[in-house]
Design a protein around this ligand. Structure first.
Ligand code: PRP
Ligand code: MN
Ligand code: MG
Length: 185
């Protein structure tokens, strides 16, 4: 076990399965957007890893940009009020925008983001998330492309962190039970 893997309880989605699914999503997206160009919008920081791999499987012309959003905090306030810490560099009016996320949990982050992006009048606005935890959803958000539906467990790796660590694991793991904090995320 490498030191990066200390704290991994078990492997939920092995590296090979992640890679296969990312390629499938890439093929599906490439077919759907054939003849159009795509702007991938990544949500920092977790989405960076998935987005970089997904982009390399796309056969349509594509660009990337990023947003950073403040967490709604420990209060788990379901108001969905979050703050933009870093906005897009470019104007998305008339663009085909695909928001890329590593995971959708309560849906609050994405719900806020979609409201903000929709107001900027993109030609198309869809979401691609590697993981979704349906049991945790507080707000419904339409997600066009989903990699895996997962149970309500604390997952790490492939961009997902626990206290900012473990993002570099090449697979999706479950945090060791000894480390799981009171909240499930
Ligand atoms: C995580 C994850 C999603 C969001 C999902 O990000 O990457 O962006 O939470 O949760 P929600 O559906 O309940 O809103 P986090 O805020 O931990 O920031 P990070 O990407 O920098 O880890
Ligand atoms: Mn995130
Ligand atoms: Mg996080």
């Amino acid at each position: 076990m490498s030191s990066a893997e200390q704290g991994v309880g078990e492997i939920l989605i092995p590296e090979a399965d992640v890679r296969t699914r990312v390629a499938e999503l890439g093929a599906e997206i490439s077919a759907d957007y054939a003849g159009r160009d795509l702007l991938l919008v990544g949500v920092l920081k977790g989405a960076v890893f998935f987005m970089a791999d997904l982009m390399r499987t796309l056969s349509v012309p594509c660009e990337i940009d990023f947003m950073a959003i403040s967490s709604y905090g420990a209060a788990t306030d379901s108001s969905g009020v979050v703050r933009i810490l870093k906005d897009l560099d470019i104007n998305i009016a008339g663009r085909n925008v695909l928001v890329v996320e590593d995971i959708i949990d309560s849906g609050l982050t994405l719900s806020y983001l979609m409201r903000s992006l929709r107001a900027r009048k993109p030609a198309a606005l869809e979401v691609c998330a590697l993981l979704t935890k349906p049991e945790r959803r507080e707000i419904e958000v339409p997600v066009r492309y989903v990699g895996f539906e997962i149970p309500n467990r604390f997952v790490i790796g492939y961009g997902l962190d626990f206290a900012e660590r473990y993002r570099n694991l090449p697979y999706i793991g479950v945090l060791h039970p000894d480390l799981v904090p009171g909240a499930t995320r």
